[in-house]
Design a protein around this ligand. Structure first.
Ligand code: ASP
Length: 455
C-alpha cells in the first residue's frame, strides 16, 4: 500500500506570496505529500514593516482581547501579503466569519478567544486548498471538527486518544488534504487551541492517525543545530537525533519543535524531518527512534549542548537521614504540598538537595515554603544552597557508556574558570547535567561546543 507523508508548513513558510509559492512548489514536487498542515501566516523573513514582523495569531489575539494594538485591516494586510486574498469569495467569507466572531459576546471569553485565535490557521487552510487546486492539484480543505477531539483546556488543549481512530478515516486519500494546525474541537463542539506553536502537534497527531511514512516539518532553518546560534556562531547542524535526545535539548529551551508535538510521533515510531522551506534540497534534521553509530563515530556521539537559567538548589539536612525510612518520601510530599515541582534531586549521607525552577516562587513565599518543608520533615536545617544557577545539558547517544566525556566537559569548563556546582548523570544515559552559576551559562555552552564540535 502507498505510504503518504504529512507535511506541516510553519508560519514563516506561509508569511507572504514568495513563501507561499515556495511551499506550494515543495508540495507539488512530491506526490506522496498528501496531508498538508498549515500554520497562520507568521513573520515575513527579513520583513520591515511592523505587520510583516508580526504573526497573524498575535494580531487575532489582540483583536479578541480588544487591546487596541491592531485592527481588522491588519488581518487584511496579512492575507494580502500572502496573495491568497485573490480567492475573493473564500477570503470574503473568512473575513465575515471573523467579524461575526469578534462581535459575538454571548459566549464565554475563553471560548470566544480560542475561536478567534484559531481563525488564522483555519482561513489559511481553506485558501491554500484553493491555491493548490489553482496550481493543478486535486486538494480539499478538511477541518478538525469530529476528527481532532481535544480537552476543554482553552489555550492549552490536550489531544484525546479517540482522535487517532477518527483521523484514520482520512487514510488512503486520493486528494491532497489541507488541514489547519493549532486547534481541535472539544466535546462541547467548540474550537479549542493548543499552546502557542501547536500546529506542530496537529501534524504529529495527524501523522499517527493516518499512519504516515513520515512527518515533515517545514520551517525557516536548516534543521536543528548543535547549539543555540545566538550563543555559538554558525553551529553545526544535527543530521540525525533521537526523540529522547531532542527532548533533553527542548527541555533546555531549544524551540525549533514544539516539545509536546514530539510525543505522538515518538510513540507511533514516525520519523520527523525538520526541513527548510528556503533551502528544500538541504539535509535538515531527522528525528528518529534510534540512531546507529559505528566505532569511528564515537567522538561525534554528542548531538548538542544547551543551557537554561533560573534555578535554585534547596538543601534539606538531617544527621542520620540515610538510616531513616521514608525521609525521602516526606521531603517529596512536603514539596508537593507546597505546590512546587522539582527538576532534579541529589543526595549524600546527611543532605538531600532538590533543584527547583525559580519561576514557581511568588515573591516573598520562599521563606514560608522553607518553614513548611522544615516542619513536615523534621529536618535539622533547610536552606537555599544556591540561589541562581543554570543547568548545562550535554546531550548525546549513550554518554553513560562512553569513557572520558565527563572529564572533557569538566576540563573545558575549568579552562574558562567555570566551577561546577552540581552534576546529575546516569538517570538518562543520553544526557549529563551540570549546575553552574547562572552568569556563566552562555560561556559554558561555548566551552563545551568548542571542546566537542570544533576540530
Ligand atoms: N499560529 C500559532 C502560533 O503562532 C500556532 C503555530 O504557528 O503553530 O502560535
Amino acid at each position: 500500500m502507498q505510504k503518504y507523508i504529512v507535511s506541516k508548513f510553519g508560519g514563516s513558510s506561509l508569511a507572504n506570496d514568495l513563501q507561499v509559492d515556495k511551499s506550494t512548489r515543495i508540495v507539488l514536487s512530491e506526490p506522496c505529500r498528501k496531508y498538508i498542515v498549515v500554520s497562520a501566516p507568521g513573520k515575513v523573513p527579513n520583513g520591515h514593516s511592523i505587520i510583516e514582523q508580526t504573526k497573524l495569531t498575535d494580531i487575532l489575539i489582540s483583536l479578541a482581547i480588544g487591546d487596541g494594538k491592531y485592527s481588522i485591516s491588519d488581518v487584511e494586510r496579512k492575507f494580502s501579503d500572502t496573495g491568497l486574498d485573490c480567492y475573493k469569495d473564500t477570503h470574503a467569507r473568512n473575513m465575515a466569519e471573523l467579524e461575526s466572531g469578534l462581535n459575538d459576546f454571548s459566549v464565554p471569553d475563553e471560548q470566544r478567544l480560542d475561536f478567534i485565535k484559531s481563525r488564522g490557521e483555519d482561513f489559511m487552510a481553506r485558501l491554500m486548498a484553493e491555491h493548490f487546486n489553482a496550481n493543478g492539484m486535486d486538494a480539499q480543505y478538511i477541518g478538525p471538527k469530529d476528527l481532532m477531539i481535544v480537552s476543554s483546556e482553552y489555550g492549552d488543549a490536550q489531544v484525546l486518544d479517540e482522535s487517532y481512530a477518527k483521523l484514520a478515516a482520512l487514510k488512503n486519500t486520493k486528494k491532497v488534504i489541507v488541514f489547519p494546525g493549532f486547534f481541535g474541537f472539544n466535546k462541547e463542539g467548540h474550537e479549542t487551541t493548543f499552546s502557542r506553536g501547536g500546529s506542530d502537534l496537529t501534524g504529529s497527531v495527524l501523522a499517527v492517525g493516518v499512519d504516515a511514512v513520515k512527518y515533515e516539518n517545514w520551517t525557516d532553518t536548516d534543521g536543528i543545530f548543535s547549539a543555540d546560534p545566538r550563543i555559538v556562531e554558525n553551529p553545526a547542524g544535527i543530521p540525525e537525533i533521537t526523540y529522547k535526545e531532542l527532548r533533553e535539548l527542548t527541555y533546555m529551551g531549544f524551540n525549533v519543535f514544539h516539545d509536546e508535538a514530539m510525543i505522538p510521533a515518538m510513540r507511533g515510531g514516525i520519523e520527523i524531518d525538520v526541513l527548510n522551506t528556503n533551502n528544500p534540497s538541504g539535509n535538515g534534521t531527522k528525528i528518529v527512534s534510534e540512531r546507529d553509530l559505528n566505532e569511528n563515530d564515537l567522538k561525534y556521539a554528542l548531538v548538542g549542548v544547551a543551557h537554561k537559567g533560573g534555578f535554585c538548589m534547596l538543601n534539606i539536612e538531617k544527621i542520620g537521614m540515610n538510616r531513616e525510612h521514608g525521609f525521602g518520601m516526606c521531603v517529596l510530599q512536603a514539596i508537593e504540598e507546597s505546590g512546587l515541582s522539582y527538576e532534579h534531586m541529589l543526595s549524600s549521607i546527611d543532605v538531600l538537595s532538590v533543584v527547583l525552577d525559580n519561576s514557581q516562587f511568588k515573591v516573598g513565599t520562599l521563606n514560608s515554603i522553607i518553614g513548611q518543608i522544615s516542619d513536615e520533615t523534621g529536618a535539622d536545617n533547610v536552606y537555599v544552597a544556591e540561589e541562581d544557577i543554570a543547568l548545562l545539558n550535554v546531550v548525546g547517544r549513550d554518554l553513560k557508556g562512553q569513557m572520558g566525556v565527563a572529564s572533557r566537559v569538566a576540563d573545558a569548563l575549568a579552562r574558562r574558570n567555570i566551577n561546577i556546582l552540581l552534576m546529575d548523570h546516569g538517570a538518562n544515559k543520553d544526557s549529563m547535567i551540570y549546575g553552574i552559576e547562572n552568569r556563566f551559562g552562555k560561556d559554558a555552552v561555548g566551552a563545551v561546543y568548542q571542546e566537542f564540535f570544533t576540530v
